[in-house]
Design a binder for this molecule. Structure first.
Ligand code: NAD
Ligand code: UDP
Length: 333
């Protein structure tokens, strides 16, 4: 297939581009580099032997994106582009709604105009709000998001549903990611935010490499076995293969479809710290602190739908991801 990948130089996008190229797909990347770097394209070439075409374009800018659509005939779009920092979204909600919604709407308008009928969208487990039960199933209620970032995901899912209902022949698939972690085993691609990381894995990796003094554990008084928050950590390469498999869903009858992508297993913050220590034979100093506002106690996926319908079976362990994340961070300045 010939695929347009928005946000393809970002963390999940770049790993997915590798998986797509290795499976023989042709990829064109569009990214405005607001949270990634152009040299990722060269790194993808070092891994796969193929340099994907890259356009530095803001997906919300109709003119720039139109040029890309007029120069290529795509079979499908994978839409990763978006802002994703939860705290920043609370401080700057309009920036998040403007960027994430405008980019999606502009993209869908051009897809309709150019007859590109299939879209895979990066959604998130955050759309489930505070879960009433775990593991989370796709049919569980969504809503009650606790920050504007999460609300953009919820709104975009609704926009996609309405769009495919109004445009026969168009298909949309939302992939609800749980907690992507790790890095490419080559150490060339990974997650290294320019600021102090918000997410736990890049934070631990900075502590492990001596760039931060200790991890702050956000609360040990949750109703979980060790009191710390439980999440479903999935290796980014498994998530990347999940996208490859999800392309199959365009052949199914549903105009709109949803899949959870996680591992189906929950890991607590302290379990993650201990796995990281074992994987890399080092110590992670940590301090137990207060809860982070908006955090939930427990979230992990039921992945049986992705397994049955797409053949999605994660191959890497959390410990593998800890090893890869550490080695990637070690290579960063
Ligand atoms: P990332 O920030 O590394 O990648 C997103 C990319 O989109 C970046 O390269 C950024 O430069 C680009 N971008 C942002 N706005 C753009 C715009 N208007 N036009 C063009 N490019 C733009 O983030 P990621 O972790 O790779 O996440 C990818 C997608 O998955 C995002 O939509 C994110 O919300 C979603 N997601 C991520 C997680 C996670 O924990 N990482 C979890 C659930 C969902
Ligand atoms: N967490 C933590 N310290 C940190 C960052 C995160 O204890 O510095 C905890 C957080 O409370 C949650 C888990 O780690 O229980 C995963 O948080 P992250 O921000 O990585 O992902 P989220 O599930 O919030 O999207």
């Amino acid at each position: 297939m010939k695929l347009l990948v928005t946000g393809g130089t970002g963390f999940i996008g770049s790993h997915t581009v590798v998986a797509l190229i290795e499976a023989g797909h042709e990829v064109v990347i569009v990214d405005n580099l607001v949270n990634s770097q152009r040299n990722v394209v060269t790194k993808i070439k070092r891994i796969t032997g193929v340099k994907p075409l890259f356009y530095k374009v803001d997906v919300a800018h109709e003119k720039g994106l139109r040029k890309v659509f007029s120069e290529h005939k795509f079979d499908a779009v994978i839409h990763f582009a978006g802002l994703k920092a939860v705290d920043e979204s609370v401080e700057k909600p309009l920036m998040y709604y403007r960027n994430n919604l405008d980019s999606t709407i502009t993209l869908l308008e051009l897809m309709r105009e150019f007859g590109v009928k299939n879209i895979l969208f990066s959604s998130s487990a955050t759309v489930y709000g505070t879960p009433k039960r775990v593991p989370l199933k796709e049919e569980d209620p969504i809503g009650g998001t606790t920050n504007p970032y999460g609300t953009t995901k919820l709104f975009i899912e609704q926009i996609l549903m309405d769009f495919v209902a109004a445009n026969p022949g168009f298909k949309a698939v939302s992939l609800r990611y749980f907690n992507p972690i790790g890095a490419h085993p080559s150490k060339l691609l990974g997650e290294s935010p320019s600021d102090i990381p918000n997410n736990i894995m890049p934070y631990i990796s900075r502590v492990a490499n001596g760039k931060l003094s200790h991890l702050n554990v956000f609360g040990d008084d949750y109703e979980t076995p060790d009191g710390t928050g439980i999440r479903d950590y999935v290796h980014v390469m498994d998530l990347a293969y999940g996208h490859l498999l999800a392309l199959k869903a365009f052949e199914f009858d549903h105009a709109y479809n949803v899949y959870n992508l996680g591992t189906g297993k929950g890991t607590s913050v302290l379990e993650l710290v201990h796995l990281y220590e074992k994987a890399n034979r080092l110590k992670i100093p940590y301090v137990i602190g207060p809860r982070r506002s908006g955090d939930i106690a427990e979230s992990f996926a039921d992945i049986s739908k992705a397994k049955t319908e797409l053949g999605f079976v994660p191959q890497y362990t959390v410990k593998d991801a800890c090893r890869h994340a550490y080695l990637f961070e070690k290579k960063q300045k």
